[in-house]
Design a protein around this ligand. Structure first.
Ligand code: 3H9
Length: 685
């Protein structure tokens, strides 16, 4: 049984032992309810302490059960029973007390926590709101504005913050269970106050509090609905009687549980964990990762070096001369400085990290590193030269990684005598922030080198995704199609602003043209140039014209839009619109009327099609890998579950019909076969 009781004098220690995270599965709920009955019915028991075995307190409802019909006892009933118990319950929190787990703790009469514990209500991140009293009990313990923040953002807080807000009654550094027992012993004769009997704490007095909170959330949520429902639920808690607000919370939770957004967010939650589980890597040990070299101290190299430092890996930065080395090291210093300003790093830690950064202009200084990551100029001869040098100096077993975003990793590996040790590690800019790491497996990459790529991602707290070798790997290959089709829409009569706003309304943080203006059009121009040199035809007539005119984006105050006085607000530019019309007539593109929906489909369907080619070719092995690349690298709305989860909401037959009607796109074999069999992309995960 996952719930057991042991006695410590008159205190019943109720323990949940349900690995890995003590989620509130049916068996746990049943066990907890029985424990309450036992505590109530046993005269020798004066109080109960609720503890969890393993690495964490309860991490929430068992999310895997959300795909099945709810089974009694329901969590709110279990928590109500704890709250109504005739003897005090003390929740002893360690690790994470999340979602339903924190709600159980809120139903207890007291909470005591290890100083390292964290607590939160992350339900909105799963497309839900707390469904077992979280929205009605939390604002009775902590001030309403903070309750709104916790519940609508889903972000957990530290035990220290929780104590200062009134969420926990005591913090201890160790011996949690003993401390909780001692605490319970002092409360046995005190009158019991349940959380529901408390009044709302610090209700907001500003008349605009709720409307301001709502508009702030609407901007941030970009189409996701649960944060707004969560706000409404807290407002109900503040304005309605406990029972009424509680009932509304429950029905809203049940409704959201069935929603497409919740299903997409659950998919994203499990996909994030599944991407690192590859059959080919079962039982494969990764190599050591204590010391790394980063070759190149430009924007990418400095970002990568910073990410490694922050993960506790010793880093040596290599540059070709002293001046470049100085510039690279100062880039690292300023990234760390920015982290201090944002409160993410203490000044002491920043100094420590900078002091540990090795700096050299000599490759020989990398003789002892476990991993070398090259982040030099994106040119095959330059990269091959770097790999030749690395091959000469690195110790046997060290990993040679390239951060190339487009070049052939096999060709880079061939520059060395040890292609089995070569891998691609494609970071996204800014490398210390962006969650995505494409781990590129070349033809000869050894399994333990690939496993080390995943281990690195884990250490860096990134989502590592395996990709095979192709032009642009998974992400940039799909991005190319995104851009091409966005541009095609312009030739058909759309404007950059129209296309951008349609994609923002789909849930993207930025439209394709705003994004290009921010990133700089010159990078894509260089890639087109390289592709054309290889004889690959790239159709981007308007982009080409903009680049000829040196309209490289925000940095030039001109790109797809114009910008005034270095402001970042994009303004429609007649010169660009004229140029688009010229190119449309030059290429005889017929005018088509578009609305948001048709713009979104014209852009997204070819991206799905390209993703299918990527799957057909084995560049990605599962659709969920593409979902995670899009979400973590390109801002695809998480609440849509990623590109392929979204594709399943459209259906392969509809996709095939739409792609078939578009002569510019040849449907991928995978779409054809799914349309024929009625299968889904989810089936292939
Ligand atoms: C909720 O509570 C609703 C209520 O308000 C109302 C109900 C009526 N369920 O992440 P890890 C699995 S909604 C099922 O790798 P970590 C996870 O899939 C819930 N399984 O470990 C993985 O399995 P596998 C609100 C879960 O140490 C394994 O546990 N709660 C759940 O890096 C280890 O997980 C949340 O949203 C779950 N709830 O991080 C919390 N949680 O090994 C979600 C985890 O097969 N969980 N698993 O891949 C987390 O945020 C992290 O897992 C946690 C640990 C921080 C706890």
């Amino acid at each position: 049984m996952p719930v057991s009781i042991k006695m410590h004098e008159s205190i019943a220690v109720v323990q949940i032992d349900h690995p890995p995270v003590n989620a509130l599965s049916h068996a746990v709920r049943t066990g907890l309810l029985r424990a309450v009955e036992t505590v109530n019915a046993t005269p020798e028991i004066a109080a109960a302490v609720l503890v969890c075995a393993g690495r964490t307190f309860i991490a929430g409802a068992d999310v895997r059960e959300f795909n099945q019909p709810a089974r009694e006892p329901h969590l709110p009933d279990v928590i109500d029973a704890i709250e109504a118990c005739s003897k005090p319950w003390v929740a002893a929190l360690h690790g994470n007390a999340l979602g339903g787990g924190l709600e159980v703790a809120l139903g207890c009469h007291y909470r005591i926590a290890l100083s390292s514990a964290r607590m939160g209500l992350p339900e909105v991140t799963l497309g839900l709101i707390p469904g077992a009293g979280g929205t009605v009990r939390l604002p009775r313990l902590i001030p309403v504005p903070q309750a709104v923040e916790m519940i609508t953002s889903g972000k957990p807080i530290s035990a220290k913050e929780a104590a200062s807000l009134g969420l926990v009654d005591q913090i201890v550094d160790d011996e949690l269970e003993n401390a909780a027992i001692a605490f319970a012993q002092t409360r046995t004769s005190q009158p019991l106050v349940s959380t529901r009997d408390r009044s709302i704490k610090d209700a907001p007095t500003e008349p605009d509090f709720w409307s301001h909170a709502k508009s702030r959330l609407e901007r941030k949520a970009r189409g996701q609905i649960s944060p707004l429902y969560a706000l409404e639920a807290v407002k109900n808690a503040v304005t309605l009687a406990f029972e009424d607000a509680y009932a509304k919370e429950r029905s809203c939770f049940l409704e959201l549980r069935q929603s497409d957004q919740a299903s997409a967010l659950r998919h994203a939650f499990f996909a994030e964990r599944a991407v690192g589980r590859l059959d080919s890597l079962k039982d494969v040990q990764s190599r050591p990762l204590d010391a790394a070299g980063v070759i190149g101290g430009g924007t990418m190299g400095a970002g990568i070096a910073t990410a490694l430092l922050l993960a506790g890996i010793r880093v040596t930065l290599v540059e070709r001369d002293e001046d470049s080395l100085k510039a690279g090291a100062s880039r690292v210093a300023s990234i760390l400085e920015a982290s201090v300003k944002r409160g993410l790093l203490t000044p002491d830690r920043q100094r420590e990290l900078i002091e540990t950064l090795g700096q050299t202009t000599t490759y020989e200084d990398l003789a002892n590193v476990d991993l070398a990551i090259e982040a030099v100029f994106e040119s095959m001869p330059v990269k091959q030269e770097v790999f030749k040098r690395l091959d000469q100096v690195l110790k046997p077993g060290a990993i040679l990684a390239t951060n190339t975003s487009y070049l052939d990793v096999n060709a880079i590996a061939r520059a060395t005598q040890r292609p089995t040790d070569v891998i691609g590690l494609h970071f996204f800019s800014p490398a210390h922030i962006m969650k995505l790491l494409e781990i590129v497996e070349a033809d000869a990459t050894a399994p333990d080198v690939l496993a080390t790529g995943f281990e690195l991602a884990r250490k860096l707290r990134k989502v590592g995704i395996r990709s095979g070798v192709c032009d642009g790997f998974i992400g940039n290959r799909i991005l190319k199609v995104y851009r091409q089709n966005a541009e095609r829409l312009l030739l058909e009569g759309g404007t950059p602003a129209q296309v951008d706003s349609a994609m923002r309304r789909f849930g993207m943080p930025m439209g394709p043209f705003e994004m290009q203006d921010l990133a700089g059009l010159d990078i894509a121009a260089a890639q087109r140039h390289a592709a054309r040199e290889k004889g690959i035809n790239v159709f981007a007539p308007v982009s080409d014209r903009l680049c000829e005119k040196k309209r490289f984006g925000q940095k030039c105050n001109a790109g797809w839009y114009r910008y005034e006085d270095n402001s970042r607000t994009p303004l429609e530019d007649d010169e660009v619109l004229k140029l688009i019309r010229e190119e449309a007539s030059q290429h005889h593109v017929a005018h088509k009327a578009h609305d948001d929906n048709s713009i979104q489909r014209a852009i997204l369907f070819p991206m799905i099609n390209e993703a299918c080619f990527i799957l057909d070719e084995g560049i990605a092995t599962r659709p969920l890998e593409i979902d995670m690349v899009e979400i973590h690298g390109y801002g695809f709305p998480r609440w849509r579950g990623g590109l392929m989860h979204y594709a399943d909401t459209i259906g392969a037959s509809t996709l095939l019909d739409a792609l078939g009607a578009d002569q510019a796109t040849e449907p991928a074999p995978l779409i054809k076969s799914l349309a024929k069999t009625g299968g889904t992309f989810a089936d292939l995960n």
